[in-house]
Design a protein around this ligand. Structure first.
Ligand code: 3ON
Ligand code: FE
Length: 494
């Protein structure tokens, strides 16, 4: 158990706040197939495939800053490797809102995380429209590349040019602009005959409905919806991510209330109306997958541990239990209306910690174990192990052992022995989500590469770093010709 006293002792600051916040600026240009210059190490022999990343690319218009980077319009970066040589292409997602605002260089929509239109409360009150900013993830489904934002529908992107094709209903699967999660799972281990893409959409209200969808992701019918079910639960649900095992889809409903009044009155963004309710219990919603053994059976609801979760890492089945790894915060980390996100006091925000839930499906109970006290986010496992036992996880973490700070290191943890090793970009480098790409012909779980976009605070620019997933040795560093703000999620596609 750590207490505040310990946190204070561990506090020589390991970073300079301007080195960190300097990443938050508009992406200035769109480039096409720009060869990348290597600045350290060597090209990876025979590496072929494309790294795709999404994240906010517009943070300021006409002198007005977004209130929170999660309100920034999506910008996709693709780094395509041809026999080891990388080429970069980047494009803003040309959403309806982006095109309208780009024309007059002014925010004309409110943002979910607190960005307001000019003109004060009166001009914001009763404007309940959402701008679909397509900024959270980019994935491949069938032959399509999708830019995702969880409160509305997916945008289809041309895989080569990254041009925006437009909002898609996925061949009629979705109603126009139906919510479609930004956290699809590529499942190589299902009971179905092909690779699947499993995802969901939530409709919220006093009751919430989860639509669980499983798409074929290989072969002739790639992109086709093959399993679909809807389950309704009591209460408002904020579900950013989920986890899958072979037979189950697992959701953690945080113990929060949504009081939309300040949003309606023009005082706050919708996500700023979420508030932890200590009198409520968090719940696991555990839904049988239609591709699994318990097809058609009703979902289970089980009390979940205290704390707030955005992201899960992985889950697997063990006897009558589900073991689920997630990043837990003590509370919902909202940036208040009077705060400046580029100058926040990290000590005032809760840090994310990797914790393991042992969910007993028979007894309907859960036990929680903390796997590491160190602040982390964006944890992944080898994609071949998704839904099954994994020994290793890789993640972005702080450099310091305790307390909240920007993410400056990449850590590999053995989830069983809890041994850790890490690679630090500190004191002036800041990391993003590591993308783990396993070696093609190896069955060793930790053999492969990690791809990380780095904010290089020293030269105030972005780098691409490739690490060896086994020992976190730096294999190659490339200077990017554009500066990319701290981003969200990405994929590796072949
Ligand atoms: O009824 C509505 C339901 C719903 C889906 C309420 C609502 C409007 C708040 C809503 C919308 C939610 C949205 C649009 C969520 C978007 C989330 C997003 C873009 C990103 C979340 C990222 C989470 C984390 C933990 C990122 C951490 C990053 C770092 C520590 C490093 O920079
Ligand atoms: Fe996410």
């Amino acid at each position: 158990v750590t207490n505040l006293q310990d946190k204070k002792i561990d506090k020589p600051k390991s970073f300079n706040k301007e080195d960190w916040s300097s990443a938050y600026q508009n992406v200035e240009k769109e480039l096409t197939n720009e060869p990348l210059k290597i600045s350290k190490g060597n090209n990876i022999n025979n590496l072929n495939g494309t790294l795709l990343r999404n994240g906010p690319g517009i943070l300021e218009r006409g002198g007005q800053w977004v209130h929170h980077p999660f309100d920034g319009d999506g910008m996709i970066t693709s780094i395509k490797f041809e026999n080891g040589q990388p080429f970069l292409t980047n494009r803003f997602v040309k959403t309806k809102g982006y095109l309208e605002e780009e024309k007059i260089n002014k925010f004309i929509y409110r943002g979910v995380f607190g960005t307001q239109k000019n003109g004060g409360i009166l001009n914001n009150a009763l404007d309940l429209k959402f701008k679909n900013i397509a900024n959270t993830h980019v994935v491949k489904l069938g032959d399509e590349i999708l830019a995702l934002w969880e409160a509305a529908g997916p945008h289809a992107i041309d895989p080569d040019s990254l041009d925006t094709i437009g909002l898609t209903t996925l061949k009629g699967v979705l109603k126009p602009n139906e919510a479609f999660s930004a956290h699809p799972k590529k499942d190589l281990n299902s009971k179905a005959s092909s690779e699947l893409l499993v995802t969901f959409g939530v409709q919220t209200g006093p009751k919430s409905t989860i639509r669980l969808m499983e798409f074929n992701n290989t072969g002739l019918n790639s992109g086709e919806l093959i399993f679909d079910r809807k389950d309704t639960f009591n209460g408002f649900a904020f579900l950013h991510d989920f986890a899958i095992t072979t037979n189950w889809a697992i959701f953690l409903q945080n113990a929060i209330d949504f009081n939309p009044l300040p949003f309606v009155m023009g005082q706050r963004g919708a996500a700023q109306c979420l508030k932890s309710n200590p009198n409520k219990k968090a719940k696991f919603f555990i839904i049988p997958r239609e591709s699994g053994l318990f097809r058609g059976q009703p979902p289970l609801t089980i009390d979940a541990p205290e704390g707030f979760v955005f992201h899960h890492v992985n889950a697997f089945e063990k006897d009558s239990k589900i073991v689920l790894d997630s990043i837990f915060y003590d509370d919902f980390p909202s940036v208040g209306p009077d705060e400046n996100f580029r100058d926040i006091d990290f000590d005032k925000y809760p840090e994310g910690k990797l914790k393991r839930s042992f969910i007993d499906l028979k007894k309907k109970t859960c036990e929680l174990e903390t796997l590491s006290e160190q602040c982390c986010e964006f944890a992944v496992v080898n994609p071949k192990n998704l839904g099954l036992t994994a020994t290793f996880s890789w993640m972005a973490s702080t450099s310091q052992k305790l307390g909240n700070a920007p993410l400056q290191a990449i850590k590999k943890i053995n989830l069983t022995s809890k041994e850790e090793i890490s690679w630090s970009a500190g004191p002036s480098g800041f990391v993003s989500e590591p993308i783990m790409v396993p070696s093609e012909n190896s069955s060793k779980e930790d053999e492969g590469f990690l791809f990380i976009l780095l904010w290089n605070g020293e030269r105030r620019g972005s780098d691409l770093v490739i690490l060896d997933a086994n020992d976190l040795k730096e294999l190659a560093v490339y200077e990017l010709p554009i500066s990319i703000p701290h981003g969200l999620h990405g994929s590796w596609v072949n």
